[in-house]
Design a protein around this ligand. Sequence first.
Ligand SMILES: Cc1cc2nc3c(=O)[nH]c(=O)nc-3n(C[C@H](O)[C@H](O)[C@H](O)COP(=O)(O)OP(=O)(O)OC[C@H]3O[C@@H](n4cnc5c(N)ncnc54)[C@H](O)[C@@H]3O)c2cc1C
Length: 475
Amino acid sequence: MKKKILVLGGGPCGLSAAWELSKYGYDVTVIEKEAKVGGLCITNEYKGYRFDLGGHRFISKNKELVENVCRIMGDELLTSHRKSVILLKGKTFDYPLSARDIFLKMDLWTNVKAFTSYLIAVFTKIVFRKKDMSFEDWIVNRFGLTLYNLFFGPYTEKLWGISPKLISSDWASQRISLLNLKDVLFRLLKLKKGTPRTYAKGYFYPKKGIGQMFDIMSEEITRMGGKIVLNAEVSGINVNNNVVESVCYVQRGVTRSIDCDTIISTIPLSGLVKAFPGRLTENVINHASVLKFRAVRFLNILVDQSDISDNTWMYVSEGKYIMTRIQEPRRRSPFSAPEGKTSVMLEIPCNENDETWSCPEETLLKRCLADLKELGIDIQDKVTGYFTTSVTHGYPVYSLDYSMHRQKLFDFLACYENLITCGRQGTFRYIFMDTAMEMGIAAAQTLMLDNLCKKEDVQSMRSEKELLETSSITA
Ligand SMILES: Cc1cc2nc3c(=O)[nH]c(=O)nc-3n(C[C@H](O)[C@H](O)[C@H](O)COP(=O)(O)OP(=O)(O)OC[C@H]3O[C@@H](n4cnc5c(N)ncnc54)[C@H](O)[C@@H]3O)c2cc1C
C-alpha cells in the first residue's frame, strides 16, 4: 500500500511537493488554511484588474523545474523583461545601483564624500579585519557610510521596522548586489576587461498573474489523484513516541483529524512547533516566539490612464514615504488591467495589528496618493477604485541571533523521523518561489527514497551566499 502523506500549507513549496508525489501515485493530501492555494503567490482579481501580493516573477537556475513549469503553463506563460529604478531625493537611479549613475546624478560634494568613505571602509576592512555582524556592518564595510546612509539604511529600516544594526548580515549577503566601485576603478585604470556582472533581466510571468501558475499546478495535482483541503487550519500534531500519527485541523469551526504516515510541513516553523502541545518546554516556546515575521499591506489602485511609467517597479528609499516599492502590474503582463487602463500596487511593510496594519483603507489611500504626488506620480484624479490586501508572514525577520533560535526549533523537530519542515515559512529563510518549489520537490524525493535523514540538505538548499539573479535560466 502506498504511504499516506500530508502536506501542510498549499503555497509554492507545499504544492510542488504534492505535485511530485502525485506524479508517482502517492496518497497525498494538502491542508491549506486559506480559501485558495498559492500562499504568498496568490493573484487577486477585481473589476477586470489583477494584483499579486507584491510583484512576483519566476526565475530559476534549475533547468528541469523551468521545463516542467513551461510544460504545465503552455501558452499561458509570458516572457517579460524588467526595468527597475530607485527613487531618491527627486532623482531616479538605476537598479542595481551603478557607480557611474551615482557619479553622474549626485552633486560633487556627495560624490567626494561617497568616494572617501568608500576608501575608508576598504582600508578599515583590510587593516582591522572588521567582521560583519549586522546588516549595517556588511554594507558600511563594502560601500562606506555615505552610500549606506543614502540608499541602504533608511530603506532597510522601513522594510524591517527595526534598526539595521539589529538585522543579521546574512540578509545583506544574500540580497545585495555589489555596487562594483572597485570594478569601475579597475576598468578606468584599464586593469580589467570584460562584461561586468549584471542582473538577469528576463523572467517568466503567467498571463493572469503569478497565482495562475499555482492554480494550474493544483488542477494537475487533483487530476493525478491528489487531494487539496481548503479553509483548513492545522491546529495540532498527534504523536506516538517519536512518530507523528495524525494532524488536527479546524475547518469552518469544526476540528477534524486526519491520519498520516509522513508529513511535509511548509507552515511557519514556530506555528508547527507550537502544534506539539504536550511536548513543549518553556525553552522551546521562547525560541519559537523570537522568530518573527514582518507583515506587508498592499494598496491596489485602479487607474484610468494607459501607463504610469516604463518601470516594472520603483524602490522608494526615503523613510518619510510609507511604501517600499511601487509596482505597475501591467509591465509584467498586459492582462493585469483592462485595455487602455493601468494600475499601481504599493508595498507597505508593517507589523500585524500596528497602526499601518489597522489603518482604514480610505486614510491609507489619501496618504499614499500624497506620497506618490511628491514622488512625481500624480494620479489623484485618475483613481477609479482601490482595495487593500495583506500578508502576516511577508518576510522572516533576520534578527542578529535568528539562526541560533531557528536551529533550536530544528533540533526539537529532529526526533520526529516522519516529519520534514521546508519552504520559506517552514525554514524561516528568505527564499524565492523557485527555491521553495525546489525544496518541496526535494522533500518529496527524499521521502520517496525513505531517506528523511537528508532533511538538513533539503532545508539548506541554495543557501550559497550568492545572488540568485546573476546566473539563472530566464527567457
Ligand atoms: C512582497 C513579496 C514579493 C515577492 N516577490 C517574489 C518574486 O518576484 N519572485 C520570487 O521567486 N519570489 C518572490 N517572493 C517570495 C515568494 O512569495 C515565496 O518564496 C514563496 O511564496 C514561498 O513559498 P512557500 O510555499 O514556502 O510559502 P508560502 O507561499 O508562504 O505558503 C505557505 C502556505 O501555508 C499556509 N499556512 C500557514 N499556516 C497554516 C496552517 N496553520 N494550516 C494550514 N495552512 C497554513 C499559508 O496559507 C500558505 O498558503 C516574494 C515575497 C513577497 C512577500
